[in-house]
Design a protein around this ligand. Structure first.
Ligand code: NI
Length: 201
């Protein structure tokens, strides 16, 4: 009887070891699709800044990019988003501020000319880079960042609103996606995340 018990115990122990070994050898499951989608946000772009200079994303390599999409005729959403970004950068230690470049990319190139962009971004921060371009150039960057933007029906005066997503994207020094902030993010939250990214080098 004792031999039978010992044999059963031996089999159980062996089975346990095999199971442990099998788990150890099994590769981890692939990342879920949501995470894969997130990683592919962003990419190269060619646009025109508020001084009329053609710029590409390459210009900002080596610095973190805070990217916000909107339009200058936006009644309140964009002004709040851009104010949050400007305040977040102001909250960084002075020596860190140059490591972040805030970009405001218009989704309304029809009205947001270089001159309009220059006057607009200057009202928020000297650091803010306003980017516009041809409809095709803007369309390309909007798609790369998976931004939602749709022109509303014009009123009797021809004026229209744009319905658009309001995320702020944080891209690393190589232009790759790091994080995004929703419209309700505070300057404090944004500054904290920026400091983490700056410290990461
Ligand atoms: Ni807006």
């Amino acid at each position: 009887m004792r031999n039978v018990v010992m044999a059963v115990l031996a089999v159980l122990v062996l089975a346990g070891v095999m199971l442990g070994l099998a788990r150890w050898l099994t590769p981890p499951p692939p990342q879920d699709t949501a995470q894969s989608d997130t990683v592919s946000i962003g990419g190269p772009f060619e646009l025109v800044d508020q001084n009329g200079q053609e710029v590409t994303d390459e210009k900002f390599r080596g610095r973190l990019m805070l990217v916000y999409f909107g339009y200058t005729f936006c009644p309140d959403v964009c002004p709040l988003g851009l104010t949050t970004i400007a305040e977040a950068i102001d909250q960084l230690p002075a020596e860190d501020r140059d490591q972040v470049v805030p970009l405001f990319i218009t989704v309304d190139p029809e009205r947001d000319t270089v001159a309009v962009m220059k006057e607009y971004v200057g009202a928020f921060s000297d650091r803010l880079v306003g980017l516009t371009g041809s409809p095709a150039q803007v369309d390309a960057v909007v798609r790369a960042y998976r931004v939602y933007a749709r022109k509303g029906d014009p009123g009797t005066d021809g004026a229209y609103l744009m319905d658009h997503s309001t995320f702020t994207y944080l891209m690393d020094r190589d232009g790759r996606y790091l994080a995004h902030f929703g419209h309700s993010a505070t300057p404090e939250e944004m500054a904290k995340r920026l400091e983490t990214a700056i410290a990461a080098g």
